[in-house]
Ligand binder design. Sequence first.
Ligand code: ASP
Length: 357
Amino acid sequence: MKTMSTDQPKPRILMIYTGGTIGMKENAETGALEPFDFNHLLENVPKIKRLDYEIDSYQFETPIDSSAMHPKHWETIAKVVEQNYDDYDGFVVLHGTDTMAYTASALSFMLENIRKPVVITGSQLPIGEVRTDGEENLITALQVAAAKDKKGEPMVQEVAILFEDYLWRGNRATKHSSDNFNAFKSSNYPRLAKIGLGITYRPEVMWRSKNNEPFKVHYGMDTNVAYLDLFPGISENVVRHILTVPGLKGLVMKTFGSGNGPTDPWFLEAVKAAVDKGLVIVNVSQCENGMVLPSRYGAGFGLEKAGVISGHDLTSEAAITKLMFLFGQGMSGEEVKVAMENSISGEMNDKETIEKI
Ligand code: ASP
């Protein structure tokens, strides 16, 4: 009998464990869930060995609840990817769900010309519990990170979020449920894959680097940014305070519907004064789906006239991390304004695409 032998080397995956519910354990005294070490996580998924991959791991010195995530942690993750880029087929980042969409967006900007998968996953229930989504998510994330297309190239060549039934573009996803196993949604961009009996990839919507430049990691995130979430009745006092925070460089204004805001003269005048002083204000809708069309209503046009730029269909997570990233690269306000309206890594339909819609 002939033995079939494949000369295919085993997929090599690096797991980066940052913390989050997936690896948490109950504190015996308080009953609260707290991040635990990586060995605990692995002990609970013996099935991993059956994948027949070569898996190595890197863990944060102190695993964290993702609510404690900071741009310095994004830089650590990016550095680990950079230092190991040539040695692995793909990367799986284990991360809490609370700020996963921020990390995914930030990494998508920092990892320029990435041609390998960075699959971020976590879970709603700890992996050590009898009923858990952690095991499935981890195993599927590893499979996605190892997947190749027909040409033998990595199937996924971007930062993606794998959660329960779907693989999403990381900078398009948002956590929409703190309860549901399908915790993430991407309302303005289709899924990259559906996880069912098999994994059905959609290569036609996957990100591919548009040039032949080598992979390059960009460090430096400027945290002089903020959100201003509008609501009917927002006071002049609050608005003026936020618009004049010392050192503030970028502001994501979360507006109504297709990019509308109050039309009170004091509001538009305060916004214009802040823009004239150099604050970059980006208009992002409070609606999950659809895009900012500032000239559709007078209420949006006023903001545009005051110098607020359109965030098109950006998620608020992508908008704020993009501002941090662009200012972090040392760009001037004017340069940031131009760059905000153009896609870096598929986070938005840019001007060109929108003109065609
Ligand atoms: N608080 C947790 C975290 O983000 C929630 C989770 O992992 O789902 O780390």
